[in-house]
Design a protein. Sequence first.
Length: 429
Amino acid sequence: MLSRTRILLSNSRSFHRHLSVSSESVGSTPKEKYSDEVKRLLGKEAGSSSGSGFKLSLSEWRSNVDSLLTSLLKTTLSTLPSSTLTSTLSSLSYVPKRESDEAHSQLSISQQIANEKIKEIQRKVVKERELREEDRQQLDQAVEEWKAAEEEKNRYQSKLHQLQSQLANSVESPTNSTLHHPILGPLALDLGYKKLYTPSITSLASLPIWSKQRTFRPSRAKKIAQSKMKSKTGMPGCICLTESPQTGLKIVDGQHRVAALAMLNAEGVEGTDNVLVEVFQEGDESFAEGLFTEINRAEPVKFVDMPGNGVSEGKRMVLEEAVSVLKSKYIKMFSTSSRCVSPHVNEDNLRDDIFKSGVLEKRRIGRSEELVRWLEEENEKMGRRLKRGKVEGGERAKAKATEFGFFLGLDDGWLKVKGKGKTKAKAMK
Protein backbone atom coordinates (compact mmCIF):
# COMPACT_ATOMS: atom_id res chain seq x y z
CA MET A 1 0.00 0.00 0.00
CA LEU A 2 2.88 2.38 0.78
CA SER A 3 4.34 1.81 -2.67
CA ARG A 4 0.93 2.44 -4.27
CA THR A 5 0.65 5.69 -2.30
CA ARG A 6 4.09 6.81 -3.41
CA ILE A 7 3.16 6.08 -7.07
CA LEU A 8 -0.04 8.07 -6.71
CA LEU A 9 1.82 10.99 -5.16
CA SER A 10 4.48 10.86 -7.83
CA ASN A 11 1.89 10.77 -10.61
CA SER A 12 -0.07 13.55 -8.95
CA ARG A 13 3.01 15.79 -8.80
CA SER A 14 3.82 15.10 -12.45
CA PHE A 15 0.23 15.64 -13.49
CA HIS A 16 0.01 18.74 -11.26
CA ARG A 17 3.16 20.26 -12.85
CA HIS A 18 1.71 19.64 -16.31
CA LEU A 19 -1.63 21.08 -15.31
CA SER A 20 0.08 24.09 -13.68
CA VAL A 21 1.68 24.96 -16.98
CA SER A 22 -1.59 24.45 -18.80
CA SER A 23 -3.52 26.46 -16.19
CA GLU A 24 -1.14 29.39 -16.44
CA SER A 25 -1.61 29.39 -20.21
CA VAL A 26 -5.38 29.66 -19.82
CA GLY A 27 -5.40 32.00 -16.82
CA SER A 28 -6.60 29.58 -14.14
CA THR A 29 -6.99 30.26 -10.41
CA PRO A 30 -3.70 30.58 -8.42
CA LYS A 31 -2.38 27.59 -6.54
CA GLU A 32 -3.11 29.20 -3.14
CA LYS A 33 -6.78 28.41 -3.79
CA TYR A 34 -6.12 24.77 -3.02
CA SER A 35 -3.76 25.14 0.02
CA ASP A 36 -6.43 25.03 2.72
CA GLU A 37 -8.23 22.14 1.07
CA VAL A 38 -5.01 20.14 0.83
CA LYS A 39 -4.14 20.76 4.46
CA ARG A 40 -7.63 19.71 5.55
CA LEU A 41 -7.57 16.47 3.59
CA LEU A 42 -4.08 15.61 4.76
CA GLY A 43 -5.06 16.27 8.37
CA LYS A 44 -2.54 19.00 8.96
CA GLU A 45 -3.21 22.01 11.16
CA ALA A 46 -3.14 25.30 9.45
CA GLY A 47 0.02 27.18 10.19
CA SER A 48 1.99 24.09 11.16
CA SER A 49 5.15 23.52 9.20
CA SER A 50 6.47 20.36 10.74
CA GLY A 51 5.50 16.77 10.02
CA SER A 52 4.26 16.28 13.57
CA GLY A 53 1.12 18.19 12.71
CA PHE A 54 -0.68 15.17 11.17
CA LYS A 55 -3.66 13.93 13.21
CA LEU A 56 -5.07 11.21 10.85
CA SER A 57 -4.35 7.51 10.79
CA LEU A 58 -2.56 5.92 7.84
CA SER A 59 -5.71 4.46 6.25
CA GLU A 60 -7.58 7.74 6.60
CA TRP A 61 -4.67 9.57 5.16
CA ARG A 62 -4.58 7.28 2.08
CA SER A 63 -8.31 7.74 1.53
CA ASN A 64 -7.91 11.51 1.76
CA VAL A 65 -5.07 11.44 -0.77
CA ASP A 66 -7.23 9.52 -3.24
CA SER A 67 -10.09 11.97 -2.75
CA LEU A 68 -7.73 14.89 -3.17
CA LEU A 69 -6.34 13.54 -6.45
CA THR A 70 -9.82 12.85 -7.78
CA SER A 71 -10.99 16.33 -6.82
CA LEU A 72 -7.94 17.97 -8.37
CA LEU A 73 -8.41 15.97 -11.59
CA LYS A 74 -12.10 16.86 -11.91
CA THR A 75 -11.51 20.52 -11.15
CA THR A 76 -8.63 20.83 -13.57
CA LEU A 77 -10.31 18.94 -16.41
CA SER A 78 -13.43 21.06 -16.10
CA THR A 79 -11.41 24.23 -16.65
CA LEU A 80 -9.29 22.96 -19.59
CA PRO A 81 -10.25 23.44 -23.25
CA SER A 82 -10.75 20.26 -25.34
CA SER A 83 -7.56 20.89 -27.32
CA THR A 84 -5.51 21.15 -24.14
CA LEU A 85 -7.12 17.97 -22.77
CA THR A 86 -6.29 16.06 -25.94
CA SER A 87 -2.68 17.29 -25.82
CA THR A 88 -2.42 16.32 -22.15
CA LEU A 89 -3.75 12.80 -22.74
CA SER A 90 -1.40 12.32 -25.68
CA SER A 91 1.58 13.39 -23.55
CA LEU A 92 0.64 10.73 -21.01
CA SER A 93 1.01 8.05 -23.77
CA TYR A 94 -2.69 7.22 -23.77
CA VAL A 95 -3.50 4.37 -26.22
CA PRO A 96 -6.97 4.61 -27.84
CA LYS A 97 -9.20 1.58 -27.47
CA ARG A 98 -9.87 1.42 -31.24
CA GLU A 99 -6.19 0.83 -32.04
CA SER A 100 -6.04 -1.88 -29.41
CA ASP A 101 -9.11 -3.56 -30.91
CA GLU A 102 -7.59 -3.41 -34.41
CA ALA A 103 -4.38 -4.99 -33.17
CA HIS A 104 -6.39 -7.69 -31.43
CA SER A 105 -8.43 -8.27 -34.60
CA GLN A 106 -5.29 -8.59 -36.75
CA LEU A 107 -3.84 -11.03 -34.25
CA SER A 108 -7.05 -13.09 -34.39
CA ILE A 109 -6.96 -13.15 -38.22
CA SER A 110 -3.32 -14.25 -38.18
CA GLN A 111 -4.18 -17.00 -35.74
CA GLN A 112 -7.07 -18.14 -37.97
CA ILE A 113 -4.81 -18.24 -41.05
CA ALA A 114 -2.22 -20.19 -39.11
CA ASN A 115 -4.88 -22.61 -37.89
CA GLU A 116 -6.19 -23.13 -41.45
CA LYS A 117 -2.68 -23.85 -42.72
CA ILE A 118 -2.14 -26.30 -39.90
CA LYS A 119 -5.43 -28.04 -40.73
CA GLU A 120 -4.51 -28.16 -44.43
CA ILE A 121 -1.14 -29.71 -43.61
CA GLN A 122 -2.86 -32.22 -41.37
CA ARG A 123 -5.28 -33.13 -44.17
CA LYS A 124 -2.40 -33.62 -46.60
CA VAL A 125 -0.60 -35.81 -44.10
CA VAL A 126 -3.72 -37.94 -43.59
CA LYS A 127 -4.27 -38.24 -47.36
CA GLU A 128 -0.63 -39.17 -47.92
CA ARG A 129 -0.89 -41.84 -45.25
CA GLU A 130 -4.05 -43.21 -46.90
CA LEU A 131 -2.33 -43.34 -50.30
CA ARG A 132 0.68 -45.08 -48.83
CA GLU A 133 -1.61 -47.57 -47.12
CA GLU A 134 -3.43 -48.22 -50.40
CA ASP A 135 -0.12 -48.70 -52.22
CA ARG A 136 1.02 -51.07 -49.53
CA GLN A 137 -2.18 -53.09 -49.82
CA GLN A 138 -1.84 -53.28 -53.60
CA LEU A 139 1.76 -54.36 -53.24
CA ASP A 140 0.77 -57.04 -50.75
CA GLN A 141 -1.94 -58.25 -53.12
CA ALA A 142 0.52 -58.37 -56.04
CA VAL A 143 2.98 -60.32 -53.91
CA GLU A 144 0.25 -62.80 -52.98
CA GLU A 145 -0.75 -63.22 -56.63
CA TRP A 146 2.88 -63.70 -57.61
CA LYS A 147 3.32 -66.33 -54.91
CA ALA A 148 0.18 -68.13 -56.08
CA ALA A 149 1.44 -68.07 -59.68
CA GLU A 150 4.81 -69.40 -58.56
CA GLU A 151 3.13 -72.22 -56.66
CA GLU A 152 0.98 -73.04 -59.70
CA LYS A 153 4.03 -73.03 -61.95
CA ASN A 154 5.91 -75.29 -59.55
CA ARG A 155 2.99 -77.72 -59.50
CA TYR A 156 2.92 -77.89 -63.29
CA GLN A 157 6.69 -78.26 -63.47
CA SER A 158 6.55 -81.07 -60.94
CA LYS A 159 3.82 -82.79 -62.93
CA LEU A 160 5.78 -82.31 -66.16
CA HIS A 161 8.96 -83.77 -64.62
CA GLN A 162 6.94 -86.71 -63.35
CA LEU A 163 5.47 -87.40 -66.79
CA GLN A 164 8.86 -87.00 -68.45
CA SER A 165 10.37 -89.40 -65.95
CA GLN A 166 7.60 -91.91 -66.59
CA LEU A 167 8.07 -91.50 -70.32
CA ALA A 168 11.84 -91.93 -70.09
CA ASN A 169 11.41 -95.06 -68.01
CA SER A 170 8.90 -96.47 -70.47
CA VAL A 171 11.25 -95.81 -73.41
CA GLU A 172 14.35 -97.17 -71.69
CA SER A 173 12.74 -100.17 -70.04
CA PRO A 174 11.58 -102.90 -72.45
CA THR A 175 9.43 -104.41 -69.75
CA ASN A 176 7.37 -101.24 -69.19
CA SER A 177 7.14 -100.29 -72.88
CA THR A 178 5.75 -103.68 -73.82
CA LEU A 179 3.01 -103.44 -71.21
CA HIS A 180 1.69 -99.93 -70.82
CA HIS A 181 2.52 -96.42 -72.04
CA PRO A 182 1.92 -93.62 -69.44
CA ILE A 183 0.10 -91.47 -72.01
CA LEU A 184 -1.05 -93.78 -74.82
CA GLY A 185 -2.19 -96.62 -72.60
CA PRO A 186 -1.86 -100.38 -73.27
CA LEU A 187 0.36 -101.57 -76.11
CA ALA A 188 -1.69 -103.16 -78.90
CA LEU A 189 1.16 -104.49 -81.06
CA ASP A 190 4.95 -104.24 -81.13
CA LEU A 191 6.37 -104.56 -84.66
CA GLY A 192 9.91 -103.70 -83.64
CA TYR A 193 10.34 -100.64 -85.87
CA LYS A 194 7.07 -99.18 -84.56
CA LYS A 195 4.46 -99.80 -81.86
CA LEU A 196 0.68 -99.56 -82.11
CA TYR A 197 -1.58 -98.12 -79.40
CA THR A 198 -5.26 -97.22 -79.08
CA PRO A 199 -5.28 -94.15 -76.80
CA SER A 200 -8.31 -92.03 -75.99
CA ILE A 201 -8.88 -89.02 -78.21
CA THR A 202 -8.55 -86.81 -75.11
CA SER A 203 -4.97 -88.01 -74.50
CA LEU A 204 -4.10 -87.79 -78.18
CA ALA A 205 -5.46 -84.27 -78.64
CA SER A 206 -3.22 -83.00 -75.82
CA LEU A 207 0.01 -83.98 -77.64
CA PRO A 208 2.14 -81.34 -79.42
CA ILE A 209 2.41 -81.20 -83.21
CA TRP A 210 5.75 -81.62 -84.96
CA SER A 211 7.19 -78.16 -85.58
CA LYS A 212 7.56 -78.64 -89.37
CA GLN A 213 4.04 -79.92 -89.96
CA ARG A 214 1.95 -78.13 -92.57
CA THR A 215 -0.16 -75.23 -91.32
CA PHE A 216 -3.17 -76.34 -89.28
CA ARG A 217 -6.51 -75.39 -90.88
CA PRO A 218 -9.50 -75.38 -88.51
CA SER A 219 -11.83 -75.26 -91.52
CA ARG A 220 -10.32 -78.49 -92.87
CA ALA A 221 -10.72 -80.24 -89.51
CA LYS A 222 -14.33 -79.06 -89.35
CA LYS A 223 -15.03 -80.41 -92.83
CA ILE A 224 -13.59 -83.81 -91.87
CA ALA A 225 -15.76 -83.86 -88.75
CA GLN A 226 -18.88 -83.00 -90.75
CA SER A 227 -18.07 -85.76 -93.24
CA LYS A 228 -17.60 -88.32 -90.46
CA MET A 229 -20.94 -87.31 -88.92
CA LYS A 230 -22.63 -88.59 -92.09
CA SER A 231 -20.40 -91.65 -92.53
CA LYS A 232 -20.43 -94.93 -90.60
CA THR A 233 -17.01 -96.12 -91.71
CA GLY A 234 -15.06 -94.50 -88.89
CA MET A 235 -11.69 -92.79 -89.33
CA PRO A 236 -9.47 -94.55 -91.90
CA GLY A 237 -5.73 -94.99 -91.44
CA CYS A 238 -3.83 -94.27 -88.25
CA ILE A 239 -2.21 -91.29 -86.61
CA CYS A 240 1.57 -91.18 -86.91
CA LEU A 241 3.71 -90.17 -83.90
CA THR A 242 7.40 -90.01 -83.12
CA GLU A 243 8.89 -90.38 -79.65
CA SER A 244 12.25 -89.63 -78.06
CA PRO A 245 13.51 -89.30 -74.46
CA GLN A 246 14.40 -85.65 -75.13
CA THR A 247 11.25 -84.32 -76.81
CA GLY A 248 8.62 -86.92 -75.91
CA LEU A 249 5.67 -87.61 -78.24
CA LYS A 250 4.84 -85.49 -81.30
CA ILE A 251 2.15 -85.77 -83.98
CA VAL A 252 3.90 -86.02 -87.37
CA ASP A 253 0.87 -86.84 -89.50
CA GLY A 254 -2.89 -86.72 -88.86
CA GLN A 255 -3.30 -83.42 -87.00
CA HIS A 256 -6.53 -82.55 -88.85
CA ARG A 257 -8.01 -85.99 -88.19
CA VAL A 258 -7.17 -85.70 -84.48
CA ALA A 259 -8.84 -82.28 -84.32
CA ALA A 260 -11.90 -83.61 -86.17
CA LEU A 261 -12.21 -86.57 -83.77
CA ALA A 262 -11.88 -84.21 -80.80
CA MET A 263 -14.79 -82.14 -82.19
CA LEU A 264 -16.93 -85.26 -82.65
CA ASN A 265 -16.05 -86.55 -79.19
CA ALA A 266 -17.04 -83.20 -77.66
CA GLU A 267 -20.43 -83.56 -79.39
CA GLY A 268 -20.87 -87.01 -77.82
CA VAL A 269 -20.55 -88.97 -81.08
CA GLU A 270 -19.93 -92.66 -80.35
CA GLY A 271 -16.91 -94.52 -81.68
CA THR A 272 -14.54 -91.56 -81.57
CA ASP A 273 -12.91 -92.12 -78.20
CA ASN A 274 -10.29 -94.71 -79.24
CA VAL A 275 -7.91 -94.06 -82.12
CA LEU A 276 -5.25 -96.27 -83.64
CA VAL A 277 -1.79 -94.67 -83.56
CA GLU A 278 1.64 -95.82 -84.69
CA VAL A 279 4.69 -94.68 -82.75
CA PHE A 280 8.19 -94.53 -84.25
CA GLN A 281 11.23 -94.11 -82.03
CA GLU A 282 12.93 -90.95 -83.23
CA GLY A 283 16.66 -90.91 -83.68
CA ASP A 284 17.12 -87.28 -84.82
CA GLU A 285 15.26 -84.48 -86.59
CA SER A 286 16.02 -85.87 -90.05
CA PHE A 287 14.13 -89.05 -89.17
CA ALA A 288 10.88 -87.11 -88.66
CA GLU A 289 11.45 -85.17 -91.92
CA GLY A 290 11.95 -88.37 -93.91
CA LEU A 291 8.91 -89.99 -92.30
CA PHE A 292 6.73 -86.96 -93.05
CA THR A 293 7.83 -86.85 -96.70
CA GLU A 294 7.24 -90.57 -97.22
CA ILE A 295 3.76 -90.48 -95.68
CA ASN A 296 2.64 -87.56 -97.85
CA ARG A 297 3.81 -88.92 -101.20
CA ALA A 298 0.31 -90.22 -101.83
CA GLU A 299 -1.07 -86.69 -101.27
CA PRO A 300 1.94 -84.51 -101.95
CA VAL A 301 2.72 -81.72 -99.54
CA LYS A 302 3.02 -78.30 -101.14
CA PHE A 303 6.55 -77.31 -101.95
CA VAL A 304 6.35 -74.30 -99.65
CA ASP A 305 5.56 -76.65 -96.72
CA MET A 306 8.20 -79.30 -97.49
CA PRO A 307 10.94 -79.64 -94.83
CA GLY A 308 14.42 -78.76 -96.02
CA ASN A 309 13.28 -76.83 -99.12
CA GLY A 310 15.18 -73.72 -98.10
CA VAL A 311 12.08 -71.60 -97.54
CA SER A 312 12.70 -69.29 -94.58
CA GLU A 313 10.19 -69.00 -91.77
CA GLY A 314 9.91 -65.29 -92.58
CA LYS A 315 8.74 -65.91 -96.16
CA ARG A 316 6.40 -68.67 -95.05
CA MET A 317 4.86 -66.31 -92.48
CA VAL A 318 4.39 -63.53 -95.08
CA LEU A 319 2.56 -65.94 -97.40
CA GLU A 320 0.45 -67.37 -94.59
CA GLU A 321 -0.68 -63.99 -93.23
CA ALA A 322 -1.36 -62.41 -96.64
CA VAL A 323 -3.45 -65.32 -97.96
CA SER A 324 -5.31 -65.47 -94.64
CA VAL A 325 -6.27 -61.77 -94.99
CA LEU A 326 -7.43 -62.36 -98.56
CA LYS A 327 -9.47 -65.39 -97.48
CA SER A 328 -11.20 -63.47 -94.69
CA LYS A 329 -12.27 -60.82 -97.22
CA TYR A 330 -13.43 -63.24 -99.94
CA ILE A 331 -14.41 -66.23 -97.81
CA LYS A 332 -17.02 -67.47 -100.34
CA MET A 333 -14.35 -67.85 -103.02
CA PHE A 334 -12.00 -70.12 -101.02
CA SER A 335 -12.44 -73.90 -101.03
CA THR A 336 -11.06 -76.49 -98.62
CA SER A 337 -10.52 -78.90 -101.51
CA SER A 338 -7.14 -78.90 -103.22
CA ARG A 339 -8.95 -79.81 -106.47
CA CYS A 340 -11.40 -76.91 -106.48
CA VAL A 341 -12.70 -75.48 -109.76
CA SER A 342 -12.72 -71.95 -111.15
CA PRO A 343 -13.37 -69.30 -109.93
CA HIS A 344 -12.53 -70.77 -106.49
CA VAL A 345 -9.02 -71.11 -105.05
CA ASN A 346 -7.53 -73.31 -102.35
CA GLU A 347 -5.60 -71.61 -99.56
CA ASP A 348 -2.62 -73.99 -99.61
CA ASN A 349 -2.49 -74.05 -103.41
CA LEU A 350 -2.54 -70.26 -103.53
CA ARG A 351 0.31 -69.95 -101.01
CA ASP A 352 2.37 -72.46 -102.97
CA ASP A 353 1.65 -70.84 -106.33
CA ILE A 354 2.53 -67.35 -105.09
CA PHE A 355 5.80 -68.64 -103.64
CA LYS A 356 6.80 -70.52 -106.80
CA SER A 357 5.98 -67.49 -108.97
CA GLY A 358 8.89 -65.67 -107.35
CA VAL A 359 6.85 -62.52 -106.75
CA LEU A 360 8.37 -62.02 -103.28
CA GLU A 361 11.84 -61.66 -104.80
CA LYS A 362 10.87 -59.92 -108.04
CA ARG A 363 8.74 -57.28 -106.34
CA ARG A 364 10.98 -57.16 -103.25
CA ILE A 365 8.08 -57.94 -100.94
CA GLY A 366 9.16 -58.49 -97.33
CA ARG A 367 5.94 -57.91 -95.37
CA SER A 368 2.49 -59.46 -95.49
CA GLU A 369 0.87 -56.01 -95.90
CA GLU A 370 2.87 -55.46 -99.10
CA LEU A 371 1.81 -58.83 -100.49
CA VAL A 372 -1.86 -58.15 -99.68
CA ARG A 373 -1.64 -54.81 -101.49
CA TRP A 374 -0.08 -56.49 -104.57
CA LEU A 375 -2.76 -59.22 -104.61
CA GLU A 376 -5.54 -56.62 -104.42
CA GLU A 377 -3.99 -54.71 -107.32
CA GLU A 378 -3.80 -57.89 -109.43
CA ASN A 379 -7.40 -58.72 -108.54
CA GLU A 380 -8.54 -55.28 -109.78
CA LYS A 381 -6.55 -55.75 -113.01
CA MET A 382 -8.23 -59.12 -113.56
CA GLY A 383 -11.62 -57.48 -113.06
CA ARG A 384 -10.84 -54.86 -115.71
CA ARG A 385 -9.60 -57.57 -118.11
CA LEU A 386 -12.85 -59.46 -117.57
CA LYS A 387 -14.89 -56.39 -118.53
CA ARG A 388 -12.84 -56.06 -121.75
CA GLY A 389 -13.41 -59.75 -122.56
CA LYS A 390 -9.73 -60.67 -122.11
CA VAL A 391 -10.33 -63.50 -119.61
CA GLU A 392 -11.21 -67.04 -120.66
CA GLY A 393 -13.55 -69.32 -118.75
CA GLY A 394 -17.14 -70.35 -118.34
CA GLU A 395 -19.91 -67.83 -118.02
CA ARG A 396 -21.03 -69.19 -114.64
CA ALA A 397 -17.50 -68.81 -113.25
CA LYS A 398 -17.27 -65.24 -114.57
CA ALA A 399 -20.67 -64.37 -113.12
CA LYS A 400 -19.76 -65.69 -109.69
CA ALA A 401 -16.39 -63.91 -109.74
CA THR A 402 -18.18 -60.68 -110.62
CA GLU A 403 -20.79 -61.23 -107.89
CA PHE A 404 -18.18 -61.54 -105.14
CA GLY A 405 -15.54 -59.25 -106.68
CA PHE A 406 -12.81 -61.93 -106.67
CA PHE A 407 -11.17 -62.71 -110.03
CA LEU A 408 -7.83 -64.38 -109.17
CA GLY A 409 -9.37 -67.85 -109.53
CA LEU A 410 -10.44 -67.38 -113.17
CA ASP A 411 -6.96 -68.11 -114.56
CA ASP A 412 -3.33 -68.01 -113.48
CA GLY A 413 -2.13 -65.34 -115.90
CA TRP A 414 -1.67 -62.83 -113.07
CA LEU A 415 0.98 -65.13 -111.54
CA LYS A 416 3.28 -64.78 -114.57
CA VAL A 417 5.28 -61.99 -113.00
CA LYS A 418 7.97 -60.43 -115.17
CA GLY A 419 11.41 -61.51 -114.16
CA LYS A 420 13.77 -64.48 -114.19
CA GLY A 421 12.41 -67.99 -113.91
CA LYS A 422 9.33 -69.71 -115.14
CA THR A 423 6.24 -70.03 -112.97
CA LYS A 424 4.91 -73.42 -112.04
CA ALA A 425 1.73 -71.96 -110.62
CA LYS A 426 -1.38 -74.13 -110.69
CA ALA A 427 -3.75 -72.34 -108.35
CA MET A 428 -6.86 -73.99 -109.74
CA LYS A 429 -5.63 -77.57 -109.52
